[in-house]
Design a protein around this ligand. Structure first.
Ligand code: GAP
Length: 447
């Protein structure tokens, strides 16, 4: 993973956030190739979850929401990590995680008192990860929501607004709007890609646990008790999408939650086996029953019951959620594609074996020689044609071998070279990233 992190920076995929200020924990910026890869993952996801489905629509809701939304969702009251502070060096620990390491499961639903009792009974077994002391404060719930302010206020922020702790709330808030303004009828799904912010106390593992990240969510609204079959179909569908990205199936697995978060009645994760970190969650699937729409009905005073247009049954729909962390999937895709190999001539090369759909650059276009104006001019014409349709890069810098190597590293499936034969017969030399074989192709065939 260390190699991948330094590769990601060196080749313009991911930079540490606020790098010139020495960085800021848990924040990262996507660089020129990173944003292309990220956008390609999003496009693939949107196509699979909105465009190719008859009964799904997409939205893009505002990040800031009425403050009551986060009370209704349960995040103001219940979205917290239990922390204790080392009295010697002030390091904070996640008490549930530390208890887990010594084989004791702390239930998510435990009160602060119950957790303190459990922690007290096991204090002698838990040492501070920094100074090894076993001298901790009592356990306090630390809320993960990030607070902000909107509008004109002076002094105390009496009406704090929150950055989204999860992207999906915008979908519940628009459930009624969508029913009233589109032809969607239950069962139907709504998709959204949106940012989420969490005051993670120990952001870690590169893009895996960050304080700002993006989620790609679908919420599928079904009739009460008609959740089981739909849930199984959604699970299969999500699994297949990962395979469609070209991810190695051996590195994927399902994990069912024993400890359910406050809104879920059943929950499964799709896990990916990251180098160094091992298997961990990239997407969560939650059976949320009627929790969300009931809570928003109660807190907003707006009735979110649905009336079936055929049977006239009236009910609060149940929700089946898929929530994928884009940073984590980006890291899984990058890890899966990252290969260092020895070529026949004994040289080592780094290759990103990304699928054609995901590669940041589809075609790299080179003139064979930089100092032959007729080759450069023709290569620019080819670039102009191909880039109307595909993400392309023009490169005339350095010898051709070095240019191939640069494109292999960023995962470009094919390099297109304009040489003297091109000027004669219009064919281009097309070199394949994976086999390194070259063939001659007419531009029309590439298009
Ligand atoms: N709406 C449901 C929800 O937010 P979650 O399991 O807390 O569920 C869903 O988050 C996904 O978001 C996770 O599977 C993970 O991929 C991603 N995610 C959660 N916290 C994250 C963090 N701190 N950094 C990066 N990704 C995160």
């Amino acid at each position: 993973m260390e190699d991948i992190v330094s590769f990601a920076k060196r080749r313009g995929f991911v930079y540490p956030g606020s790098d010139i200020y020495g960085g800021e924990a848990g924040l990262y910026d996507f660089g020129p190739y990173g944003v292309e890869l990220l956008n390609n993952i999003k496009t693939s996801w949107w196509r699979a979850n909105v465009r190719s489905k008859e009964n799904y629509v997409g939205i893009d809701s505002a990040m800031f929401k009425h403050p009551k939304v986060w009370e209704a969702s349960g995040h103001v009251g219940g979205f917290s990590d239990p922390l204790a502070e080392c009295k010697q060096c002030n390091t904070r620990i996640r008490v549930d995680k530390e208890l887990g390491k010594i084989g004791i499961q702390a239930d998510e639903k435990m009160s602060e008192d119950e957790l303190n009792n459990l922690f007290d009974a096991n204090r002698d077994k838990i040492a501070c990860p920094s100074c090894k002391a076993k001298d901790f404060s009592s356990v306090k719930a630390f809320n993960l929501l990030v607070q902000s302010n909107l509008g004109d206020f002076t002094g105390d922020n009496e009406r704090p607004v929150y950055l989204p702790g999860e992207a999906c709330q915008g979908i519940y808030l628009n459930f009624k709007n969508i029913v009233d303004t589109t032809r969607m009828k239950v069962p139907f799904g709504v998709a959204q890609i949106g940012k989420a912010f969490r005051n993670e106390i120990s952001p870690r593992n590169f893009l895996f646990r960050t304080r700002e990240f993006e989620q790609a969510d679908t919420q599928y609204f079904v009739k009460p008790n008609e959740n089981k079959e739909a849930y199984e179909a959604i699970k299969q569908d999500r699994w297949n999408w990962y395979l469609s990205l070209g991810i190695d199936e051996q590195k994927l697995r399902w994990k069912q939650h024993d400890n359910l978060v406050f809104y879920a009645s059943d929950a499964w994760d799709i896990e990916y086996e990251f180098p160094t970190y091992g298997f961990d969650e990239i997407e969560g699937l939650h059976d949320r029953t009627d929790y969300d729409l009931s809570q928003h009905t109660k807190f907003s005073g707006t009735d979110l019951h649905y009336t079936d247009p055929y049977t006239h049954d009236k009910y609060i729909p149940w929700v089946l959620e898929t929530s994928m962390g884009l940073g984590r999937v980006f890291l899984a895709v990058l890890s899966d594609a990252y290969t260092v190999e020895t070529m026949d001539n004994g040289e080592e090369r780094t290759v990103l074996r990304l699928s054609t759909e995901l590669a940041p650059v589809r075609y790299a276009v080179f003139p064979l020689l930089k100092n032959k104006p007729e080759l450069v001019e023709k290569a620019r014409e080819v670039f102009a044609e191909l880039s109307k349709k595909y993400p392309c890069e023009f490169d005339d810098n350095g010898n051709i071998g070095k240019r191939y190597r640069r494109q292999d590293e960023i995962g470009t499936p094919q390099c297109v070279v304009v040489d003297f034969d091109t000027l004669e017969d219009g064919t281009l030399s097309v070199r394949d990233r994976d086999t390194t074989e070259q063939s001659r192709v007419m531009i029309e065939d590439l298009l």
